[in-house]
Design a protein around this ligand. Structure first.
Ligand code: SF4
Ligand code: FES
Length: 273
C-alpha cells in the first residue's frame, strides 16, 4: 500500500513527504543539511550520536527536541534544524567528539562548520591506536559488517573510556571479506585498508588480510576473492561462466562498450537495408 502524502515544515518552508518517513531523509532529499555521525540509510536508525537533533515546533513555539534520524514525519510536523539551542547543543557535542577523536580531519571539518576549532574537554589520545585516534564509537562499521555484509568481523571491546572497536582480542580475523564497507561508512575516516599486490590488508583490524582476484584482461588485482564467493553463495543463480565476472571494472566497461557499439552498428546496417 502506498504511504499517505503529508506536508511537513522545515525551517518554515513546506515540503511533501510520505507519512512515516524519517525526517533526516526528507531534509536531505530537499538539500537541507543535518549533520549526522551514526545514521546510514541502509541500516536501522540508531539515534546514538545526537548530532542530528532538531527542534519540534508548535505554532512557532518550541515543543521539544528530537533526533531527526528517528523522527517519523506526520502531517503538519514543523521543525527547526538550526535554531540557537540546536546549534549550542551541537557545538558541545562536537567538542566532546573532538576530544574523543582528535585526529579526524573529517570531524574537524564538521566542527568548523559550527565554528568549533578546539575542545575544552580532555583529549582521549591512545598510543598506537589502530583507528588513528579518529573513532567516535558511532558503531556504523560494526553494524554494516554484521547487518549488511553478514560477516561480524568487528565489535565493541571493553567498557567506558576504554571502549574500542576492533576484532576480538585484537587478532587477525578469517571472517573478513575485504569489502571495505566499514571504511566507506565510517563518518570520521578512521578505518584504514591498503592493497599490496594480490593482498588487501585491513590495517585497522589487526592487519587482517584477504586475497584479491586478478583481472583476466589487464592482470590488475581488483576484488577480494572471498567477497566474490560470498556473492555467489547469495546469488546462486549468477552465471558462473559470464566472462565479465573475472574482469576489473575498467576492463568490464571496455567490453560492454564494445558490445554496445557492435549492436548499434548491426542495427544501423539492418535499418539501412
Ligand atoms: S571506526 Fe568509524 S564507523 Fe567505526 S565506530 Fe569508529 S567512527 Fe564509527
Ligand atoms: S545521526 Fe541521528 S542520532 Fe546519530
Amino acid at each position: 500500500m502506498n504511504a499517505k502524502e503529508v506536508q511537513v515544515f522545515i525551517n518554515g518552508k513546506a515540503y511533501r513527504a510520505r507519512e512515516g518517513e524519517l525526517l533526516i531523509d526528507v531534509a536531505r532529499r530537499n538539500g537541507i543539511f543535518i549533520p549526522s555521525l551514526c545514521y546510514e540509510e541502509s541500516l536501522e536508525p540508531y539515534g546514538a550520536c545526537r548530532m542530528c537533533i532538531v527542534e519540534i515546533r508548535n505554532k512557532g513555539v518550541k515543543k521539544r527536541t528530537a533526533t531527526s534520524c528517528t523522527l517519523h514525519v506526520f502531517d503538519g510536523l514543523s521543525v527547526e534544524t538550526d535554531s540557537e539551542e540546536v546549534s549550542r547543543h551541537r557545538k558541545v557535542l562536537l567538542e566532546l567528539y573532538l576530544a574523543q577523536a582528535p585526529n579526524s580531519s573529517k570531524l574537524k571539518e564538521l566542527a568548523l562548520r559550527y565554528g568549533v576549532s578546539k575542545t575544552r574537554f580532555k583529549q582521549n589520545t591512545r598510543y598506537n591506536d589502530p583507528l588513528s585516534n579518529s573513532c567516535v564509537l558511532c558503531g556504523l562499521c560494526v553494524r554494516v559488517c554484521s547487518e549488511v555484509m553478514g560477516a561480524g568481523v568487528i565489535g565493541f571491546i571493553g567498557r567506558g573510556e576504554k571502549t574500542r572497536i576492533n576484532t576480538p582480542f585484537f587478532e587477525k580475523s578469517d571472517l573478513c571479506l575485504g569489502c571495505k564497507a566499514c571504511a566507506e561508512m565510517c563518518p570520521t575516516g578512521a578505518i584504514k585498508f591498503r592493497d599490496e599486490g594480490n593482498i588487501r590488508i585491513a590495517n585497522s583490524w589487526s592487519n587482517t588480510y584477504v586475497e584479491l582476484k586478478k583481472c583476466k584482461m589487464c592482470g590488475k588485482y581488483f576484488a577480494p576473492s572471498k567477497l566474490d564467493e560470498k556473492i555467489d553463495s547469495i546469488y546462486y543463480y549468477r552465471d558462473k561462466n559470464n566472462e565479465l565476472r573475472d574482469l576489473c571494472p575498467d576492463c568490464r566497461r571496455k567490453v560492454i562498450t564494445k558490445r554496445i557499439n557492435l549492436i548499434t552498428e548491426n542495427e544501423v546496417e539492418r535499418y539501412a537495408k
